[in-house]
Design a protein around this ligand. Structure first.
Ligand SMILES: *[C@@H]1O[C@H](CO)[C@@H](O)[C@H](O)[C@H]1NC(C)=O
Ligand SMILES: *[C@@H]1O[C@H](CO)[C@@H](O)[C@H](O)[C@H]1NC(C)=O
Ligand SMILES: *[C@@H]1O[C@H](CO)[C@@H](O)[C@H](O)[C@H]1NC(C)=O
Length: 695
């Protein structure tokens, strides 16, 4: 059955390749078949899993069956991988083909000038130099003369030279230009300098894109859809979140939001530290302090204090210590009462975390701690043992893999498991049960070597077959203003709650300094101080290259000059106030765009702003490649400063100096303001920053 379906899919793929075109309907059908095949694999997997879990009391026939299934499984995964990639290629191609047909196809959504232009140039290079496979054809937007630039001529000259053909870069560039298919995107092309091709974009076309953006919302570029599991935040149960959790939470959430925006299927996992020997003392203390915890939920409000109390007893009281150890054993054997106590503690803790997430505007994180993987570790060890991947080392069982410097310790000499084992179990669970084909771990840079080993061993075990992408999104530490690790004055780690409270207090101070408390209502003021405080904390983190450490400074992040959230949020409120001054509601602006009010891009600053606005999809796509969110922040800042240039040079609303009456509203420019506000809002949304109406 499975093979029959696969045969169909594979023969279809061949047909596609020869035919080289594919209608949306065919693509749909093709996708459905790939999904069917995956469903087959899923079933095969679950059979395999059942067999493996039952294999302790299995007989020889069973293990033969297991081997057969495993081999079949392996083959299928490989084929699905190939299929999925082929589908993605087709999707990318058909996306490109659509964009070449002009504005109608783009009106539906995704329009990425950069991708469309790159495709035009690949087509031209294929036609002009058929044997120049794989020359980078992407255009870039940091051209000083045109709107975009294509720099393919130089590498082609070099390739030609290797083949004994002499041609000047300018001639190569001209030949490429001659082969660029005609397109409404391009106003004109020219050869410049040492063989660069400058691209001048059709302004009428660009203006139309902006109008469509107002009508249909800021479009997400089309990308092949993936099932993503992203692991971030990950605090420890019964301990408070501190500044160390800040970066993982903020960066992880922003990446998850970005992937949501692009239409991926995103599962956010909070890999809580919810298992281990420290629970022994917590449970023992709970049982002593609240003997009827089985029937009455204990009123623990301060888990931190509770933790400290139990730790104190653990350190000082031998009998208590013994009971604590006993509780660990009983927890590990899943004794009912003990599990109940453990769940109570976890629940109190998670409620505390939830308050912080709420303040930080972090939603949808699924708590799934280390405990979840306990039962799965056995299966992992078994699979790795049977496949012969584990080596004996001084009583331990370790695993090496190509590209992994440090072996994983999968089984300790006492037979116990390690973090390596649970990380392997988590990875396998995410691929095999969650069906993820993209795993992202937002974990500090110090874990880099460990995660690389986990990825390498997973690859060796065949779990990443079929094109699973794994990313470690690392980040540096947060420093205090003294450039040392961020601590309180007394040298303790900074609690996140305190940091957020302090932020709100400082934001409030700033707003009062400016007399905003006189102008805003109480609600508006509260909204402003909270959104500004949390926005600034988040933005300060996100706007730095995550690989670097950064200095945490309230003064800097709340400064309303420079690349800060305070400045950007203020800029957005200012843009919104322009339409208020023109006495236009957002609905009226939308209506004007719908009715086809043209945006004119005649002034140099109007065109400059339009180009930045149209670069948004390009920036977003680039961020998904390297997962460096600070590029999006840089873009947002550039957009804001470009808007200011435009606004300083181009009248949008004219008022009579004497009467203050509005005498002239330039609708074309009002629509440019609106497009800017929409793109900025979209950026803030991806960054997880709430905007403010007034500040
Ligand atoms: C051994 O495997 C065969 C075939 O799957 C099955 O019929 C039989 O019941 C198994 N025997 C035991 C003891 O599990
Ligand atoms: C520019 O775009 C407009 C609108 O899409 C189109 O009518 C016009 O023909 C284009 N110009 C060029 C030179 O392609
Ligand atoms: C509005 O701005 C456009 C674009 O610069 C300009 O051509 C037009 O004359 C302006 N209209 C009014 C009414 O000011």
């Amino acid at each position: 059955m499975t093979f029959v379906i696969l045969f169909h899919i594979i023969s279809r793929r061949r047909w596609v390749r020869f035919g080289n075109t594919m209608s949306a309907e065919q693509l749909e059908q093709y996708n459905r078949r790939a999904e069917q095949a995956e469903e087959e694999i899923r079933q095969l997997h679950s059979t395999l899993q059942k067999l493996l879990s039952g294999s302790a009391n299995s007989n020889d026939t069973d293990s033969e069956e297991v081997a057969r299934l495993r081999a079949e499984n392996q083959k299928l995964r490989y084929r699905v991988g190939i299929l999925r990639r082929a589908t993605e290629e087709e999707q990318a191609k058909s996306g490109g083909a659509h964009s070449k047909t002009g504005s109608t196809a783009m009106a539906g959504g995704a329009q990425c000038l950069f991708v469309a232009l790159s495709e035009l140039f690949s087509a031209a290079i294929r036609a002009a130099f058929p044997d120049m496979d794989e020359v980078a054809t992407a255009v870039n937007s940091n051209s000083r003369f045109g709107d975009y630039q294509c720099n393919a001529a130089l590498p082609i000259v070099k390739r030609l030279k290797d083949k004994g053909v002499k041609m000047s870069p300018r001639d190569v560039a001209q030949k490429i230009i001659d082969c660029v298919p005609s397109s409404p995107l391009v106003e004109r092309l020219e050869v410049a300098g040492a063989g660069f091709i400058n691209v001048f974009v059709n302004k009428t076309f660009a203006a139309e894109q902006l109008r469509l953006m107002i009508v249909g919302g800021v479009p997400a570029p089309t990308v092949p859809r993936r099932r993503v599991v992203i692991d971030y935040s990950s605090p420890n149960i019964a301990k408070e979140m501190h500044v160390g959790h800040l970066r993982s939470t903020i960066i992880g959430d922003s990446i998850a939001r970005l992937l949501d925006f692009l239409g991926h299927d995103v599962l956010r996992i909070n890999h809580l530290g919810d298992w281990g020997t420290q629970f022994g003392m917590l449970i023992a203390h709970l049982a002593d302090k609240f003997p009827n915890f089985r029937t009455e939920t204990p009123p623990i409000t301060d888990l931190q204090a509770f933790y400290k109390e139990s730790k104190k007893r653990f350190d000082e009281d031998e009998a208590f210590k013994k009971r604590a150890y006993d509780c660990v054993v009983r927890l590990q054997s899943y004794e009912e009462d003990i599990i109940k106590a453990w769940k109570l503690i976890c629940a109190v803790s998670e409620r505390e975390f939830e308050k912080i997430y709420e303040r930080l505007n972090v939603h949808g994180l699924v708590p799934r701690g280390e405990s979840f993987y306990q039962s799965r570790m056995q299966g992992v060890v078994q699979q790795l043992t049977e496949a012969g991947f584990l080596e004996e080392d001084d009583g331990r069982k370790i695993m090496f893999a190509p590209g992994c410097d440090l072996p994983l310790t999968v089984v300790k000499s006492d037979g116990g498991f390690t973090y390596d084992t649970s990380d392997m179990a988590a990875l396998r669970q995410r691929i095999q049960e969650e069906r993820a084909d993209w795993l992202i771990y937002v974990v500090d840079a110090g874990q880099g070597a460990h995660l690389q080993s986990v990825f390498a061993c997973a690859r060796r075990a065949g779990w990443l077959d079929g094109g699973v992408r794994c990313d470690h999104v690392g980040f540096g530490v947060v420093l205090g203003e003294d450039k040392k690790k961020f601590k309180t004055r007394s040298g303790d780690t900074v609690r996140l709650v305190d940091l957020l409270d302090e932020g709100v207090r400082r934001a409030q101070e700033k707003l009062r300094e400016k007399g905003r408390d006189q102008e805003l209502t109480a609600d508006e003021l509260r909204e402003a101080q909270e959104n500004v405080a949390y926005g600034c904390i988040k933005y300060a983190d996100l706007s730095h290259n995550r690989n670097h450490e950064y200095v945490f400074s309230f003064d800097k992040m709340l400064d309303d000059r420079g690349n800060t959230a305070a400045y950007l949020l203020y800029a957005l409120t200012r843009i919104r106030s322009i339409s208020r001054r023109a006495q236009l509601t957002p609905e009226q602006l939308l209506e004007a765009a719908r009715a086809g009010t043209a945006i004119q891009l005649l002034h140099e600053k109007e065109w400059k702003l339009a180009r930045v606005l149209l670069r948004f999809p390009e920036v977003v796509v680039r961020v998904t490649e390297d997962l460096f969110i600070h590029s999006l922040c840089d873009y947002l800042y550039e957009l804001s400063t470009t808007f200011t240039e435009f606004y300083d040079n181009c009248y949008c609303v004219e008022k009579d100096r004497q009467t203050g009456e509005v005498v002239n509203v330039n609708m074309s420019r009002m629509l440019l303001c609106e497009a800017t506000a929409q793109v900025m809002t979209r950026c803030f949304d991806i960054l997880g920053i709430k905007t403010v109406q007034k500040m």
